[in-house]
Design a protein around this ligand. Structure first.
Ligand SMILES: NC(=O)c1ccc[n+]([C@@H]2O[C@H](COP(=O)([O-])OP(=O)(O)OC[C@H]3O[C@@H](n4cnc5c(N)ncnc54)[C@H](O)[C@@H]3O)[C@@H](O)[C@H]2O)c1
Length: 320
């Protein structure tokens, strides 16, 4: 049985990890401050323990003083809009506290593997096609700027045998999770076309890669189970080359399945534009995503009828 600590385990990706790992020989400890007032309906068991805590608070962090096979770092204010809305909270959590927690784990050496979830948003706006991990980063939002700083901090730590960090630059996630985020492109487009039968798309010709949340869970499992020499101090783009799409292409795929009307707006709200290369993760970790955009859309359509209070299902407003 592997003992895994997930910092920020009650979010969109954390819940997908819980669902996937609950069927495996993994014992999860989830540490989260439930910043969106999200409800955690999962029961503590010998395979899952929830600790309510804030990475900004030293006394809360004392509650997680064990040895772990892996620590997965997901905690933070996630996404461009929410970090622009709460700039100070964002830098307190995504930079100051994140750095402090990583320093502690490094000092204690209590995690055999440390997995930091970063983002392809770090590439910002780029004309070059198929950006590899070595490409220059041009973060645009406070969200991505913090991720770039933390990546640099981790890679700058002096190597030692009991700290084995891996950085995964996730593509934009999609698909259903028990903590749903309808503020993510595929999920939001599906919701708008299904509920309102109408969708507005800005920056419709901008490119971005996408990956299903279940595939991210499979990738994290691969990192945990791989030999350290393949993963330590490595950065991987996480996704697949064939899932780079423009927003217009995503809209068209969804419209094909649901119908409705799409309006393409001239105004620009999000200048991010990047096509990413995922050959490294495929070659070294043999990672190939299984779930298509269409699978994700159909899965959301099955569940969406029971979702209410859409304004709470996403990263819109933090608790005061
Ligand atoms: N969802 C995506 O498309 C995507 C893409 C690239 C990278 N990522 C990365 O994956 C990770 C998880 O993203 P997500 O989509 O699940 O976001 P999310 O907002 O659903 O989850 C983040 C979790 O962190 C918790 N949290 C926030 N501040 C905290 C604090 N101070 N102390 C403890 N917990 C705190 C929140 O309560 C939430 O449960 C993030 O690091 C994000 O940058 C996500």
């Amino acid at each position: 049985m592997k003992n895994i600590l997930i910092l920020g385990g009650e979010g969109y990706i954390g819940n997908a990890l819980h669902e996937y790992f609950s069927k495996k020989k993994f014992r999860l400890t989830s540490f989260d401050n439930l910043i969106y007032n999200q409800k955690n309906k999962k029961k503590n068991s010998n395979k899952y323990q929830f600790i309510k805590g804030d990475i900004r608070k030293k006394k809360d962090l004392k509650k997680i003083n064990k040895e772990y096979d892996a620590v997965i770092f997901l905690a933070g204010l996630v996404g461009d809009p929410i970090t622009k809305k709460y700039k100070k909270v964002s830098s307190d959590i995504n930079e100051t506290a994140t750095k402090q927690v990583i320093k502690e784990i490094y000092k204690k050496g209590n995690a055999k593997k440390f997995i930091f979830i970063s983002t392809c948003s770090n590439y910002g706006m780029s004309k070059s096609k198929y950006l590899t991990e070595n490409h220059k980063l041009k973060p645009l939002s406070p969200y991505a700027k913090s991720k770039v700083k933390i990546e640099k901090f981790i890679l700058g730590l002096k190597k030692k045998s009991n700290f084995n960090p891996t950085i995964l630059r996730f593509a934009t996630a999609f698909g259903y999770s028990n903590r749903m985020r309808y503020d993510l492109t595929v999920n939001q487009f599906t919701k708008d076309l299904f509920i309102k039968k109408y969708l507005e798309i800005y920056d419709f010709n901008t490119w971005r890669p996408y990956c299903h949340v279940k595939d991210f869970a499979r990738l994290i499992e691969l990192v945990i189970l791989s030999k350290k020499n393949l993963t330590a101090y490595q950065v991987f783009n996480a996704g697949s080359n064939k899932n780079n799409f423009t927003k217009k292409k995503i809209g068209t795929k969804i419209k094909k399945l649901i119908g409705g009307k799409i309006k393409y707006l001239k105004k620009s709200q999000d200048k991010r534009n990047y096509i990413v290369d995922f050959s490294k993760v495929k070659k070294i970790l043999k990672f190939k995503p299984k779930f298509s955009i269409e699978f994700g859309i159909r899965e959301i359509l099955k569940k969406i009828k029971t979702d209410i209070n859409f304004e709470k299902l996403g990263n819109y407003k933090i608790k005061s």
